[in-house]
Design a binder for this molecule. Sequence first.
Ligand SMILES: NC(=O)c1ccc[n+]([C@@H]2O[C@H](COP(=O)([O-])OP(=O)(O)OC[C@H]3O[C@@H](n4cnc5c(N)ncnc54)[C@H](OP(=O)(O)O)[C@@H]3O)[C@@H](O)[C@H]2O)c1
Length: 349
Amino acid sequence: MGFSAIFITKFSLGLVVTFANTEFAYNNLRFGYTCFLNATDFCIAKNKKMKITITGSLGNISKPLTKDLVQKGHEVTVISSKAERAKDIEAIGAKAAIGTMENTDFLAATFKDADVVYAMETLGNPRAFFDHDLDVTAAITEIGKNYKQAIEQSGAKKVIHLSSIGAHTNKGNGLLAFHYNVENILNELPGDVSVKFMRPVGFYYNMFAFIPTIKSHNAIFSNYGGDEIEPWVSPIDIASVISEEIEKPFHGRSIRYIASDELSTNEVAEILGNAIGKPDLKWIVIPDEQLLNNLLSAGMNPQTAKLFVEMNASRRGSVLYEDYFQHKPILGKTKVKDFAKEFAVMYNQ
Ligand SMILES: NC(=O)c1ccc[n+]([C@@H]2O[C@H](COP(=O)([O-])OP(=O)(O)OC[C@H]3O[C@@H](n4cnc5c(N)ncnc54)[C@H](OP(=O)(O)O)[C@@H]3O)[C@@H](O)[C@H]2O)c1
Protein backbone atom coordinates (compact mmCIF):
# COMPACT_ATOMS: atom_id res chain seq x y z
CA MET A 1 0.00 0.00 0.00
CA GLY A 2 1.68 3.22 -1.11
CA PHE A 3 1.52 6.60 0.55
CA SER A 4 -0.77 8.17 -2.03
CA ALA A 5 -3.33 5.40 -1.55
CA ILE A 6 -3.47 6.06 2.19
CA PHE A 7 -3.78 9.77 1.53
CA ILE A 8 -6.67 9.31 -0.88
CA THR A 9 -8.45 6.90 1.46
CA LYS A 10 -8.33 9.21 4.44
CA PHE A 11 -8.90 12.54 2.81
CA SER A 12 -11.21 11.79 -0.07
CA LEU A 13 -13.37 9.13 1.51
CA GLY A 14 -13.09 10.24 5.13
CA LEU A 15 -12.55 6.66 6.28
CA VAL A 16 -10.46 5.69 9.26
CA VAL A 17 -8.27 2.80 8.22
CA THR A 18 -5.43 1.32 10.22
CA PHE A 19 -2.48 0.14 8.19
CA ALA A 20 -0.61 -1.38 11.10
CA ASN A 21 2.95 -2.49 10.62
CA THR A 22 3.41 -0.78 7.30
CA GLU A 23 6.02 1.86 6.69
CA PHE A 24 3.34 4.53 6.56
CA ALA A 25 1.20 3.03 9.31
CA TYR A 26 -1.71 5.18 10.28
CA ASN A 27 -1.52 6.08 13.92
CA ASN A 28 -5.11 5.79 14.99
CA LEU A 29 -4.58 7.98 18.04
CA ARG A 30 -4.42 10.84 15.61
CA PHE A 31 -7.21 11.51 13.21
CA GLY A 32 -7.64 13.88 10.36
CA TYR A 33 -4.01 14.30 9.35
CA THR A 34 -1.51 11.97 7.73
CA CYS A 35 0.58 10.66 10.60
CA PHE A 36 3.55 8.68 9.52
CA LEU A 37 7.25 8.47 10.14
CA ASN A 38 8.36 11.63 11.97
CA ALA A 39 5.51 13.90 10.92
CA THR A 40 3.68 13.72 14.25
CA ASP A 41 3.99 17.49 14.78
CA PHE A 42 1.43 17.93 12.04
CA CYS A 43 -1.01 15.58 13.72
CA ILE A 44 -3.82 16.46 16.04
CA ALA A 45 -4.98 13.92 18.60
CA LYS A 46 -8.56 14.54 17.62
CA ASN A 47 -10.05 11.20 18.44
CA LYS A 48 -8.11 10.53 21.59
CA LYS A 49 -10.42 11.13 24.50
CA MET A 50 -8.44 13.02 27.13
CA LYS A 51 -8.97 13.87 30.77
CA ILE A 52 -8.67 17.63 31.06
CA THR A 53 -8.79 19.79 34.19
CA ILE A 54 -9.92 23.36 33.68
CA THR A 55 -9.45 26.17 36.21
CA GLY A 56 -11.40 29.43 35.95
CA SER A 57 -14.81 27.84 36.51
CA LEU A 58 -17.40 28.93 33.93
CA GLY A 59 -15.62 32.25 33.42
CA ASN A 60 -15.24 34.17 30.17
CA ILE A 61 -12.66 31.77 28.72
CA SER A 62 -13.28 28.58 30.67
CA LYS A 63 -16.98 28.29 29.80
CA PRO A 64 -16.62 28.30 26.00
CA LEU A 65 -13.46 26.21 26.38
CA THR A 66 -15.25 23.58 28.48
CA LYS A 67 -18.22 23.46 26.10
CA ASP A 68 -15.89 22.96 23.15
CA LEU A 69 -13.85 20.22 24.84
CA VAL A 70 -16.96 18.36 26.01
CA GLN A 71 -18.39 18.59 22.52
CA LYS A 72 -15.13 17.11 21.18
CA GLY A 73 -15.68 14.11 23.47
CA HIS A 74 -13.14 14.83 26.20
CA GLU A 75 -13.65 14.13 29.91
CA VAL A 76 -13.51 17.58 31.48
CA THR A 77 -13.29 18.53 35.14
CA VAL A 78 -13.94 22.18 35.98
CA ILE A 79 -12.69 23.85 39.15
CA SER A 80 -14.98 26.40 40.78
CA SER A 81 -14.74 28.02 44.19
CA LYS A 82 -18.52 27.83 44.66
CA ALA A 83 -20.59 24.70 45.37
CA GLU A 84 -23.66 26.24 43.72
CA ARG A 85 -21.78 26.32 40.38
CA ALA A 86 -21.68 22.48 40.24
CA LYS A 87 -25.10 22.10 38.58
CA ASP A 88 -24.18 24.56 35.79
CA ILE A 89 -20.89 22.76 35.19
CA GLU A 90 -22.63 19.38 35.08
CA ALA A 91 -25.33 20.79 32.78
CA ILE A 92 -22.71 21.28 30.06
CA GLY A 93 -21.41 17.76 30.49
CA ALA A 94 -18.34 18.33 32.67
CA LYS A 95 -17.49 17.25 36.21
CA ALA A 96 -17.31 19.88 38.94
CA ALA A 97 -14.46 20.08 41.46
CA ILE A 98 -15.21 22.60 44.18
CA GLY A 99 -12.19 24.28 45.78
CA THR A 100 -9.85 27.19 45.39
CA MET A 101 -6.59 28.13 43.68
CA GLU A 102 -5.24 28.90 47.13
CA ASN A 103 -5.56 25.22 48.18
CA THR A 104 -2.54 23.36 46.77
CA ASP A 105 -3.59 19.90 47.98
CA PHE A 106 -7.01 20.33 46.39
CA LEU A 107 -5.37 21.42 43.12
CA ALA A 108 -2.96 18.48 43.19
CA ALA A 109 -5.81 16.00 43.77
CA THR A 110 -7.81 17.53 40.91
CA PHE A 111 -4.83 17.58 38.51
CA LYS A 112 -3.99 13.91 39.25
CA ASP A 113 -4.52 11.69 36.19
CA ALA A 114 -5.29 14.71 33.98
CA ASP A 115 -3.78 14.41 30.51
CA VAL A 116 -3.82 18.21 30.26
CA VAL A 117 -4.28 20.95 32.87
CA TYR A 118 -5.44 24.46 31.95
CA ALA A 119 -4.21 26.84 34.67
CA MET A 120 -5.26 30.47 35.06
CA GLU A 121 -4.87 32.86 37.99
CA THR A 122 -7.50 35.21 39.25
CA LEU A 123 -8.62 36.77 42.50
CA GLY A 124 -12.02 35.71 43.78
CA ASN A 125 -13.02 39.14 44.98
CA PRO A 126 -14.19 41.28 42.03
CA ARG A 127 -13.31 44.36 44.14
CA ALA A 128 -9.74 43.07 44.70
CA PHE A 129 -8.20 46.22 43.20
CA PHE A 130 -10.02 48.27 45.83
CA ASP A 131 -8.90 46.16 48.79
CA HIS A 132 -6.35 48.31 50.63
CA ASP A 133 -4.98 45.29 52.49
CA LEU A 134 -4.30 43.24 49.37
CA ASP A 135 -1.01 43.12 47.47
CA VAL A 136 -2.38 41.95 44.11
CA THR A 137 1.04 41.09 42.66
CA ALA A 138 1.97 38.97 45.68
CA ALA A 139 -1.42 37.21 45.75
CA ILE A 140 -1.30 36.20 42.06
CA THR A 141 2.35 35.18 42.34
CA GLU A 142 1.38 32.96 45.26
CA ILE A 143 -1.26 31.21 43.11
CA GLY A 144 1.51 30.58 40.55
CA LYS A 145 3.53 28.86 43.27
CA ASN A 146 0.47 26.78 44.22
CA TYR A 147 0.10 25.65 40.62
CA LYS A 148 3.77 24.68 40.39
CA GLN A 149 3.59 22.63 43.58
CA ALA A 150 0.26 21.03 42.62
CA ILE A 151 1.55 20.09 39.14
CA GLU A 152 4.63 18.44 40.64
CA GLN A 153 2.62 16.70 43.35
CA SER A 154 0.02 15.39 40.90
CA GLY A 155 2.43 14.16 38.23
CA ALA A 156 0.65 16.17 35.50
CA LYS A 157 2.91 16.49 32.46
CA LYS A 158 1.04 18.79 30.08
CA VAL A 159 0.01 22.26 31.13
CA ILE A 160 -1.57 25.17 29.29
CA HIS A 161 -1.03 28.36 31.26
CA LEU A 162 -3.11 31.48 30.71
CA SER A 163 -0.50 34.21 30.86
CA SER A 164 -0.73 37.63 29.24
CA ILE A 165 0.73 40.26 26.99
CA GLY A 166 3.58 41.86 28.96
CA ALA A 167 4.75 38.58 30.54
CA HIS A 168 8.07 38.90 28.67
CA THR A 169 9.32 41.45 31.21
CA ASN A 170 8.84 42.77 34.74
CA LYS A 171 10.19 46.22 33.89
CA GLY A 172 7.82 49.14 33.41
CA ASN A 173 4.69 47.05 32.77
CA GLY A 174 3.00 47.64 36.14
CA LEU A 175 0.44 45.04 37.13
CA LEU A 176 1.42 42.72 34.30
CA ALA A 177 4.65 41.85 36.09
CA PHE A 178 2.71 39.18 37.98
CA HIS A 179 2.34 37.25 34.72
CA TYR A 180 6.12 37.44 34.28
CA ASN A 181 6.50 36.11 37.83
CA VAL A 182 4.13 33.18 37.26
CA GLU A 183 5.67 32.21 33.91
CA ASN A 184 9.06 32.13 35.63
CA ILE A 185 7.74 30.01 38.48
CA LEU A 186 6.22 27.50 36.05
CA ASN A 187 9.42 27.49 34.04
CA GLU A 188 11.10 26.03 37.14
CA LEU A 189 9.02 22.83 36.73
CA PRO A 190 11.07 19.72 35.83
CA GLY A 191 11.96 19.32 32.17
CA ASP A 192 9.49 16.46 31.62
CA VAL A 193 6.57 18.83 32.26
CA SER A 194 5.57 20.63 29.07
CA VAL A 195 4.05 24.08 29.44
CA LYS A 196 2.38 26.14 26.73
CA PHE A 197 2.17 29.80 27.78
CA MET A 198 -0.79 31.60 26.22
CA ARG A 199 -0.29 35.36 26.06
CA PRO A 200 -3.54 37.10 25.11
CA VAL A 201 -3.58 40.86 24.64
CA GLY A 202 -6.14 43.18 26.33
CA PHE A 203 -9.65 41.64 26.49
CA TYR A 204 -12.58 43.36 24.81
CA TYR A 205 -14.54 43.19 28.06
CA ASN A 206 -12.12 45.68 29.65
CA MET A 207 -14.00 48.24 27.54
CA PHE A 208 -17.09 47.88 29.73
CA ALA A 209 -15.16 50.05 32.22
CA PHE A 210 -15.54 52.97 29.77
CA ILE A 211 -19.33 53.07 30.15
CA PRO A 212 -19.59 55.48 33.13
CA THR A 213 -17.57 58.30 31.51
CA ILE A 214 -19.22 57.75 28.13
CA LYS A 215 -22.51 58.34 29.92
CA SER A 216 -21.28 61.31 31.94
CA HIS A 217 -18.84 63.01 29.51
CA ASN A 218 -19.43 61.41 26.10
CA ALA A 219 -15.75 60.43 26.23
CA ILE A 220 -13.34 57.64 27.12
CA PHE A 221 -10.40 58.84 29.23
CA SER A 222 -7.10 57.01 29.55
CA ASN A 223 -3.39 57.72 29.73
CA TYR A 224 -2.75 56.04 26.35
CA GLY A 225 -4.36 56.20 22.96
CA GLY A 226 -4.51 58.10 19.69
CA ASP A 227 -3.69 56.70 16.28
CA GLU A 228 -1.26 54.02 17.43
CA ILE A 229 -2.37 50.47 16.75
CA GLU A 230 -3.53 48.46 19.80
CA PRO A 231 -4.25 44.73 19.70
CA TRP A 232 -7.47 43.46 21.37
CA VAL A 233 -8.86 39.99 21.94
CA SER A 234 -12.12 38.15 22.46
CA PRO A 235 -12.24 35.47 25.20
CA ILE A 236 -14.06 33.27 22.66
CA ASP A 237 -11.05 33.42 20.35
CA ILE A 238 -8.76 32.69 23.32
CA ALA A 239 -10.86 29.63 24.21
CA SER A 240 -10.66 28.36 20.67
CA VAL A 241 -6.85 28.72 20.55
CA ILE A 242 -6.52 26.93 23.90
CA SER A 243 -8.80 24.13 22.76
CA GLU A 244 -6.66 23.73 19.64
CA GLU A 245 -3.44 23.73 21.69
CA ILE A 246 -4.83 21.10 24.09
CA GLU A 247 -5.15 18.66 21.17
CA LYS A 248 -1.81 19.45 19.58
CA PRO A 249 1.46 17.80 20.64
CA PHE A 250 3.33 19.25 23.64
CA HIS A 251 7.09 19.76 23.54
CA GLY A 252 8.99 21.50 26.34
CA ARG A 253 8.02 25.14 26.77
CA SER A 254 6.34 27.36 24.20
CA ILE A 255 4.71 30.80 23.98
CA ARG A 256 1.76 31.84 21.82
CA TYR A 257 0.30 35.33 21.60
CA ILE A 258 -3.46 35.59 21.01
CA ALA A 259 -5.25 38.59 19.47
CA SER A 260 -8.46 39.15 17.52
CA ASP A 261 -8.16 42.66 16.11
CA GLU A 262 -5.68 45.53 15.79
CA LEU A 263 -7.09 49.05 15.80
CA SER A 264 -6.17 52.47 17.13
CA THR A 265 -8.11 53.73 20.16
CA ASN A 266 -9.57 56.48 17.96
CA GLU A 267 -11.01 53.78 15.70
CA VAL A 268 -12.29 51.89 18.76
CA ALA A 269 -14.09 55.03 19.99
CA GLU A 270 -15.66 55.48 16.57
CA ILE A 271 -16.91 51.86 16.41
CA LEU A 272 -18.27 51.87 19.98
CA GLY A 273 -19.77 55.34 19.48
CA ASN A 274 -21.62 54.24 16.34
CA ALA A 275 -22.89 51.10 18.11
CA ILE A 276 -24.45 53.13 20.94
CA GLY A 277 -25.74 56.00 18.80
CA LYS A 278 -23.01 58.45 19.84
CA PRO A 279 -20.98 58.94 16.64
CA ASP A 280 -19.10 61.87 18.18
CA LEU A 281 -17.70 59.73 21.04
CA LYS A 282 -14.07 60.70 21.67
CA TRP A 283 -11.09 58.89 23.21
CA ILE A 284 -9.23 61.51 25.25
CA VAL A 285 -5.67 60.99 26.47
CA ILE A 286 -5.01 62.33 29.95
CA PRO A 287 -1.71 62.57 31.88
CA ASP A 288 -0.63 59.65 34.10
CA GLU A 289 -1.07 61.78 37.20
CA GLN A 290 -4.67 62.64 36.35
CA LEU A 291 -5.55 58.97 35.78
CA LEU A 292 -3.86 58.06 39.06
CA ASN A 293 -5.85 60.72 40.92
CA ASN A 294 -9.09 59.49 39.32
CA LEU A 295 -8.38 55.92 40.42
CA LEU A 296 -7.43 57.02 43.94
CA SER A 297 -10.61 59.10 44.21
CA ALA A 298 -12.58 56.02 43.18
CA GLY A 299 -11.01 54.20 46.16
CA MET A 300 -8.48 51.95 44.44
CA ASN A 301 -5.63 50.54 46.52
CA PRO A 302 -2.80 53.13 45.99
CA GLN A 303 -0.18 50.50 45.09
CA THR A 304 -2.56 48.79 42.64
CA ALA A 305 -3.53 52.18 41.13
CA LYS A 306 0.14 53.05 40.55
CA LEU A 307 0.76 49.70 38.84
CA PHE A 308 -2.42 50.10 36.77
CA VAL A 309 -1.29 53.52 35.50
CA GLU A 310 2.18 52.14 34.72
CA MET A 311 0.65 49.20 32.82
CA ASN A 312 -1.38 51.52 30.59
CA ALA A 313 1.53 53.95 30.16
CA SER A 314 3.59 51.08 28.74
CA ARG A 315 1.09 50.88 25.85
CA ARG A 316 2.39 54.26 24.66
CA GLY A 317 5.02 53.87 21.96
CA SER A 318 4.11 50.14 21.96
CA VAL A 319 6.66 49.38 24.71
CA LEU A 320 4.23 46.77 26.03
CA TYR A 321 3.86 45.24 22.57
CA GLU A 322 7.58 44.99 21.73
CA ASP A 323 7.66 41.19 21.96
CA TYR A 324 4.12 40.78 20.56
CA PHE A 325 5.00 42.60 17.34
CA GLN A 326 8.00 40.30 16.90
CA HIS A 327 5.78 37.22 17.31
CA LYS A 328 2.52 38.41 15.83
CA PRO A 329 -0.23 35.77 15.77
CA ILE A 330 -2.84 35.23 13.08
CA LEU A 331 -5.80 37.31 14.29
CA GLY A 332 -8.94 35.58 15.56
CA LYS A 333 -12.31 36.01 13.92
CA THR A 334 -14.17 38.08 16.56
CA LYS A 335 -13.59 41.72 15.68
CA VAL A 336 -14.17 44.95 17.66
CA LYS A 337 -17.18 45.54 15.38
CA ASP A 338 -18.68 42.25 16.63
CA PHE A 339 -17.94 43.10 20.27
CA ALA A 340 -19.53 46.55 19.79
CA LYS A 341 -22.98 44.87 19.62
CA GLU A 342 -22.39 43.26 23.03
CA PHE A 343 -21.06 46.59 24.29
CA ALA A 344 -24.24 48.37 23.15
CA VAL A 345 -26.42 45.87 25.02
CA MET A 346 -24.42 46.42 28.22
CA TYR A 347 -24.42 50.19 27.68
CA ASN A 348 -28.19 50.28 27.36
CA GLN A 349 -28.89 48.10 30.40
N1 LIG B 1 -8.41 41.42 31.18
C1 LIG B 1 -7.41 41.35 30.35
O1 LIG B 1 -7.23 42.22 29.49
C2 LIG B 1 -6.44 40.19 30.42
C3 LIG B 1 -5.38 40.14 29.53
C4 LIG B 1 -4.51 39.06 29.56
C5 LIG B 1 -4.72 38.03 30.48
N2 LIG B 1 -5.75 38.10 31.36
C6 LIG B 1 -5.95 36.99 32.32
O2 LIG B 1 -7.26 36.50 32.14
C7 LIG B 1 -7.81 36.19 33.41
C8 LIG B 1 -9.31 36.27 33.36
O3 LIG B 1 -9.82 35.19 32.61
P1 LIG B 1 -11.38 34.99 32.51
O4 LIG B 1 -11.98 36.29 32.09
O5 LIG B 1 -11.67 33.76 31.75
O6 LIG B 1 -11.74 34.72 34.03
P2 LIG B 1 -13.07 35.12 34.79
O7 LIG B 1 -14.24 35.15 33.88
O8 LIG B 1 -12.73 36.31 35.59
O9 LIG B 1 -13.37 33.82 35.64
C9 LIG B 1 -12.59 33.33 36.62
C10 LIG B 1 -13.46 32.40 37.45
O10 LIG B 1 -12.60 31.72 38.34
C11 LIG B 1 -13.32 31.43 39.53
N3 LIG B 1 -12.47 31.80 40.66
C12 LIG B 1 -12.24 33.05 41.14
N4 LIG B 1 -11.40 33.02 42.18
C13 LIG B 1 -11.12 31.72 42.38
C14 LIG B 1 -10.31 31.04 43.32
N5 LIG B 1 -9.63 31.69 44.26
N6 LIG B 1 -10.22 29.70 43.24
C15 LIG B 1 -10.92 29.00 42.29
N7 LIG B 1 -11.69 29.60 41.36
C16 LIG B 1 -11.79 30.94 41.42
C17 LIG B 1 -14.61 32.25 39.54
O11 LIG B 1 -15.71 31.36 39.33
P3 LIG B 1 -16.45 30.70 40.60
O12 LIG B 1 -17.19 31.81 41.24
O13 LIG B 1 -17.33 29.65 40.01
O14 LIG B 1 -15.37 30.14 41.47
C18 LIG B 1 -14.44 33.16 38.33
O15 LIG B 1 -15.65 33.39 37.66
C19 LIG B 1 -7.20 37.22 34.34
O16 LIG B 1 -7.21 36.78 35.65
C20 LIG B 1 -5.81 37.41 33.77
O17 LIG B 1 -4.95 36.51 34.41
C21 LIG B 1 -6.63 39.15 31.33
